[in-house]
Design a protein around this ligand. Structure first.
Ligand SMILES: Cc1cc2nc3c(=O)[nH]c(=O)nc-3n(C[C@H](O)[C@H](O)[C@H](O)COP(=O)(O)OP(=O)(O)OC[C@H]3O[C@@H](n4cnc5c(N)ncnc54)[C@H](O)[C@@H]3O)c2cc1C
Length: 557
């Protein structure tokens, strides 16, 4: 018997036989639902035989037969009612278990998120792609067939989405494009480090979404719930369907605050902050400005995260503020990093180590934040050093800057577009989907092994635009991505170590060494970050001007 557990109350399986009932009873099941109509297969026991054998061992049974491929809304209701009435745990079966899993999925539609339902069924080996629209529609068959349709649909209007739309429009002004994004506000997240360092005001990092959508591009202010790439369709929350000829997927990364016990309750209070949220970055500066003595912990979760340098940028700017105020000697700075190195590209580490020493930072590698008690000012870390058993250590703090664990967004992770780890599965040179040829992706959500940064999206957007337009013209991809990403490490107010690198850690400096030597802390790089990069973002990248972003052409050998 191939039994797959969906919940503590329900498992599903392929066809069972009468002799299985005793072992099912021994396994703890208390009731059986049969979803397979009698007489479907030559080797299939009837429901009555199963029911009689079940009765002998003290198991209850119910018969809700479903013709393959024809699960009605009423069937799902009947299944739901049976689950509440029967003693649990229940085993439901049909020929393969798919009909039972489908009934459960539709029955759960109002209670659980689509992503959760798809994740549970996927883990059990069942593909619910065929009923996604109905799940999004609360378990009911949608009646609205007025699907919108566009030449190009872009999922996500963040750094990557707006830039890609702008780059497409600058090449083909008449192209019909729709951006799907539920957010009212677009954020320049690279500015949040500066807000947390008391340099930028939060308002400098936000604009209304409406003001940034390129002229002539439609904005559908809705969240995407699911993808049907085989039908060239995306399904919005509420079950509206938008069809496309070509699709660009860029909804960013999920910040998984809930993964750390106690964190959500205390964020923004009790000295616990994060530059990873617009509303919390000012609290970082408030804490730094107020701290005179005690311990400050800065945490970094396992990779991948967006802007891998941001956790330590917050630390250096805090250390610098305490140094300038003359209180640094009374503040114990701890950098608790789930990883085993200070920065992934070794060329930048010596310059960073100078500041680790200057601020007398204790580097605690392999320390992963797992829980926090804000009022008690205590945090717990799993310490997983190589070849050592994991131990949990407790640390007290006066302030703690948390970088949250990060994953692919739930609706991406469970979609047909994702790789095994949950990221959009693209060719790392062309940024085209590996399976669906009319799908491209950029930004934090896709699986190319570059540093997830807005600087990377700046380079990727024109590449996606070039390659998509080449495809429209029946040509092969013409532009290729070298993995460029950039991380301006704000080591002190007025100086930055400007890490710029591509695939495999290859250094890709934008300027000659005489102007900016990225491996050293320089004033020129600070000037770039403070004064030049914001207009490059707002006025260049988001407007299709492609400053510092000319696409690299495919080399023909
Ligand atoms: C503290 C911090 C510091 C950083 N520092 C730097 C830096 O110095 N340099 C740098 O280059 N980068 C930096 N970054 C990283 C940079 O901001 C991101 O890499 C970049 O924004 C990624 O662009 P994106 O388009 O993939 O995602 P985002 O810009 O995050 O946009 C995603 C968009 O998708 C939308 N969306 C989400 N779900 C859905 C859905 N279901 N349906 C439709 N739309 C959806 C969202 O509303 C959002 O508008 C930093 C980030 C942070 C948080």
């Amino acid at each position: 018997m191939d039994i797959k557990k969906l919940t503590t109350g329900l498992s599903v399986s392929p066809q069972i036989v009468a002799s299985d009932l005793q072992s099912l009873k021994d396994a703890g099941f208390r009731a059986i639902i049969c979803n397979r109509p009698d007489g479907e297969g030559a080797d299939q026991p009837t429901f009555d035989e199963i029911a009689a054998a079940a009765k002998k061992v003290g198991l209850e049974t119910t018969y809700i037969p479903i013709v393959a491929g024809k699960v009605t809304d009423e069937d799902a209701d009947a299944f739901n009612i049976a689950l509440t009435e029967l003693p649990g745990p229940v085993l439901a079966y049909c020929r393969t278990g798919t009909r039972s899993a489908t009934l459960w999925s539709l029955g759960q539609a109002g209670n659980r998120s689509l992503a959760d339902i798809l994740a549970v069924t996927k883990a059990a080996g069942y593909d619910m792609a065929g009923v996604v629209r109905r799940i999004v529609n609360g378990g009911k068959t949608p009646t609205d067939t007025g699907d919108a349709s566009y030449e190009v649909v872009i999922v996500g209007g963040g750094a990557g989405g707006i830039a890609a739309a702008a780059s497409l429009k600058s090449r083909m002004p008449d192209l019909e494009i729709a951006i799907l994004d539920p957010a009212d506000v677009h954020y320049y997240q690279p500015g949040w480090t500066m807000v947390g360092g008391g340099i930028f005001e939060p308002e400098q990092t936000s604009r209304t979404m409406g003001s940034l959508i390129p002229k002539g591009v439609h904005w559908i202010k809705s969240a995407v719930a699911a993808f049907e790439p085989a039908n060239n369709a995306v399904i919005l929350d509420g079950c509206r369907v938008v069809k496309y000829k070509r699709l660009i997927v860029c909804p960013g990364i999920k910040l998984d605050w809930n993964k750390i016990e106690g964190l959500v309750e205390t964020l923004g209070h009790n000295g616990v902050t994060s530059n990873y949220r617009y509303d919390l970055a000012p609290y970082t500066w408030e804490l730094v400005a107020g701290l005179k003595q005690g311990r400050a912990i800065f945490t970094q979760p396992p990779m991948p995260i967006k802007c891998a340098g941001a956790p330590q940028k917050a630390m250096y700017l805090s250390g610098d503020a305490w140094f300038r105020r003359g209180v640094l000697k009374d503040i114990d700075i701890q950098f608790n990093n789930a990883g085993g190195v200070l920065f992934g590209v070794k060329d930048y580490v010596p310059a960073l180590m100078d500041y680790v020493e200057k601020y007398d930072v204790s580097l605690n590698f392999f320390h992963k934040l797992v829980a926090v008690d804000g009022p008690a000012k205590k945090a717990w870390f799993d310490v997983a050093k190589p070849d050592m058993p994991v131990e949990c250590v407790e640390m007290e703090f006066d302030m703690m800057h948390v970088c949250p664990p990060q994953t692919a967004p739930d609706f991406i992770r469970v979609s047909p577009l994702a790789d095994a780890a949950g990221w959009i599965d693209v060719d790392q040179a062309t940024l085209r989907h590996k399976t669906y040829e009319n799908v491209w992706s950029l930004g934090d959500v896709m699986n190319a092994p570059n540093a997830k940064t807005a600087a990377a999206a700046r380079i990727q957007a024109p590449i996606v635009a070039e390659n998509m337009i080449a495809d429209m013209q029946g040509k092969s991809p013409v532009a290729q991505y070298n993995g460029y990403g950039s991380c301006p490490l704000t080591v002190e107010r007025g100086k930055i170590v400007l890490a710029e690198f591509g695939y495999g850690g290859t250094l890709l400096p934008s300027f000659p060494k005489a102007i900016i030597d990225g491996t050293k802390a320089t004033r020129a790089a600070w000037f770039l970050k403070e004064k030049i990069l914001p207009p490059i973002y707002w006025k260049g990248m988001l407007k299709g001007r492609e400053w510092m972003a000319k696409p690299e052409k495919v080399t023909v050998k």
